[in-house]
Design a binder for this molecule. Structure first.
Ligand SMILES: [Zn+2]
Ligand SMILES: [Zn+2]
Length: 706
């Protein structure tokens, strides 16, 4: 009974996905296939094609006239017709995808008939609209491009921006952009469980809204390869099969995830380079070179029928990045000149003054530490920070040290980065971690994970002396090249303590500058705002205090306070050139992943886990004679996590007596109501235990028949 109840609740609050009826799953699959087919028409353009070519403008115009019929406008007839009418200069029509992995846009001759009808209707409709009443005329005049639409259509044709995660939190970033019959999704991350989410491995976003609208989804666009942007992709793709667009390294990291979930074959992955643009329905997503603490990070300019939205992804301004790929400031400024409707910008460091230092400064500090150090050096950092790893390898090479990698996630990311050409490792530098004993301490560097004090990661195990390959002692210098993420400070501090206790020398962020952030501070955020000069500003990627601080920065550089929008997860923001309001909400909770279960741990299960963890459990086993319906033999009392039974025999005896007393009453009454006896036993035991111990363990009476 209790379990059934749990299931219901979980469906309600956490959007259970595993227990869906069969028919549903089938229909989902069919839809996904259709979707994938439809998406073959998506094309990639190089940047010169992205700057709102006339043809695209016409297409957008056609869409704006009638979003419902917009899918028929991808047709020669329609395009020629509108082109002649508008007579705008045609700049280009060359569709030469640089990393062609998708077919270019195809004509759809089978829909000609439908288009013709549509066109006739559209013409007659525009005639009708010319005779609109004065009140309606006013609405029409307000926005030139809306001239041919009535107010009802206007309302329907705004761009919707719906964050399903990543706001008022740091983690599980995912944002929906919707216009008419088209949806694109930007990022799909996880967050890590809060302390009270016992046993939960990951927290993924609730994508119920997208499941309901999956036929509209044209693709998943990923800014970069961090977990808070890619971690939920496998769970997403199991529900909604759409193409994934990302840069080379990002896609490589995503692929290793999909391999674990056996999703590589069924997923269409499309590599996009900075400067290229992908057309997805009425959207065009332009990839812009950015800089962050992982290579190949992108900002997006999303060209929509109502204007350009710049989404920064995670960024910092690094004028001297390790790979030399400086952020494309020129393009951002160009977009700013062209007119950016809204800027959605990374708020993580919005409380910090000044600039984030270049990644290169860390390399200099490493070089100083490595030079002349006679100890073995162990560096813990984020596996995904390829540039940091590169600098460690460079310093090792310069000081004639070999490098060994400890930890599976570090090995995985490094092999992807190496294979794709993002890591340059000189011949002979890398050795197997099993061979480290063949080298003296001053000839070795070990790179490992665990810079956040994660209990299962390399560094924590080394600190506890339980690492299978690396035993840490007084001959070791440990560098923790990271800053604790808020909430992890205690764990990191414990690891540092343990390392010092076993004799290691430890260098961490408060001792030396062995880490720089990957996120922009105030001055860099100002630069982004000034380059893009957005009409509306939407601070994203951060807790509310971060969003608020970012808004203050925006105000300081002249953004109108009324045009700054605070979104929350699930908010539906509708916007066009003269309108920007939150008009509703969609489900946007958390779906918890525990082992192989997705969404099957909800509020009630978590409450049970907490109570079990805090109070323990007592199970009372009673035996009933099937013939007489009487309880026979003395009840068995089993307890876990309540008291240590061997030291509390007296209390266990008393518990038994309390139960027996209830059973006597029951046997005298001649009743056979099992639930009644269970309840009575529970109640009297509860009273007894609370009075005796002031504790409230979970009580489970069980009756077995003989
Ligand atoms: Zn990031
Ligand atoms: Zn992030």
């Amino acid at each position: 009974m209790a379990e059934e109840k749990n299931n219901n609740t979980k469906r309600k609050f956490f959007g259970n996905r595993n227990n869906k009826p069969k028919e549903n799953t089938n229909s989902v699959n069919t839809k996904s296939v259709n979707n994938a087919k439809k998406n073959e028409n998506t094309s990639i353009l190089t940047r010169s094609h992205a700057v709102e070519p006339a043809k695209q403008n016409d297409k957008l115009d056609a869409i704006m006239k009638d979003p419902i019929r917009s899918k028929f406008t991808n047709n020669k007839n329609t395009q020629t017709k509108t082109e002649t009418k508008k007579q705008e200069p045609v700049k280009q029509v060359q569709n030469k995808p640089a990393t062609q992995k998708v077919a270019p846009k195809k004509e759809q001759p089978q829909k000609t008939q439908a288009t013709k009808t549509t066109n006739t209707k559209a013409v007659s409709q525009s005639k009708v609209i010319q005779k609109v009443a004065p009140a309606q005329m006013k609405a029409v005049v307000e926005n030139k491009s809306d001239r041919t639409r009535n107010p009802a259509q206007l309302r329907r044709e705004r761009l919707k921006i719906i964050p399903l995660g990543g706001l008022e939190e740091v983690g599980k970033n995912i944002t929906v952009f919707e216009y008419g019959n088209d949806i694109i999704v930007v990022d799909c991350g996880v967050s890590f469980p809060e302390e009270d989410m016992l046993g939960v491995d990951l927290v993924t976003p609730d994508i119920t809204y997208l499941e309901k609208n999956q036929s509209k989804i044209k693709g998943l666009f990923i800014t970069h390869g961090h977990e808070d942007h890619i971690g939920s992709i496998p769970y997403f793709l199991k529900q909604i099969n759409v193409p994934v667009y990302a840069s080379r390294l990002t896609l490589g990291i995503i692929k290793t995830k999909l391999e674990e979930h056996k999703l590589v074959r069924s997923t269409k992955m499309i590599e996009v380079k900075a400067g290229e643009t992908v057309t997805a329905g009425c959207f065009k997503v332009e990839f812009i070179q950015s800089t962050h603490s992982i290579a190949d990070s992108m900002a997006f300019a999303i060209h929509t029928p109502v204007g350009i939205i710049v989404h920064t992804g995670d960024f910092k301004v690094d004028y001297t990045p390790i790979d030399g790929k400086v952020m494309d400031f020129a393009r951002l400024a160009e977009l700013g000149k062209q007119g950016v409707l809204a800027l959605m910008s990374d708020s993580t460091n919005s409380e910090r003054e000044g600039f984030t230092m270049s990644e290169k400064t860390v390399g200099k500090v490493f070089a100083k530490i490595f030079n002349g150090c006679q100890k073995r050096i162990i560096v813990a950092t984020f596996a995904s920070n390829v540039h940091r790893v590169q600098q460690i390898i460079n310093c090792a090479f310069d000081t004639n040290r070999k490098v060994a990698i400890a930890g599976r996630s570090m090995q995985n990311v490094m092999s992807v980065a190496k294979d794709l050409g993002y890591l340059d490792i000189p011949q002979g530098v890398l050795i197997d971690v099993d061979d480290i004993d063949d080298y003296p301490p001053n000839r070795l560097v070990v790179i490992t994970t665990g810079s956040q004090g994660e209990s299962m990661a390399g560094l924590s195990r080394m600190a506890q002396g339980s690492h299978k390959k690396v035993a840490v002692g007084k001959d070791d210098l440990v560098i923790i090249s990271a800053q604790p993420i808020p909430g992890n400070e205690k764990m990191v501090s414990d690891v540092i303590d343990d390392l010092i206790k076993i004799g290691a020398e430890v260098i961490y962020h408060s001792i030396a500058d062995i880490h720089v952030s990957g996120h922009a501070c105030k001055e860099e955020q100002k630069l982004m705002l000034c380059l893009t000069k957005p009409k509306y500003f939407i601070p994203v990627h951060g807790e509310f205090k971060h969003l608020k601080a970012h808004a203050e920065t925006a105000k300081a550089v002249g953004i109108n306070e009324d045009n700054i929008v605070f979104l929350h997860n699930g908010a539906v923001l509708e916007m066009d050139n003269g309108y920007c309001k939150i008009t509703g909400n969609v489900p946007a909770g958390e779906v918890l992943v525990d082992g192989l279960g997705v969404g099957d741990v909800g509020n009630i299960v978590l409450k049970d886990r907490q109570r079990l963890a805090e109070e323990g459990i007592i199970i009372v086993v009673m035996v009933m004679d099937k013939k007489t319906g009487k309880i026979v033999t003395t009840p068995d009392i089993i307890s876990r996590g309540f008291v240590y039974v061997r030291e509390s025999e007296e209390m266990m005896g008393e518990i038994q007596k309390v139960v027996e007393k209830e059973l006597e009453k029951f046997n005298q009454n001649d009743s056979k109501d099992w639930s009644l006896i269970k309840n009575n036993v529970k109640e009297s035991l509860h009273d007894y235990l609370f009075q005796k111990t002031k504790r409230n363990p979970m009580l489970i009476p069980i009756i077995t028949e003989i």
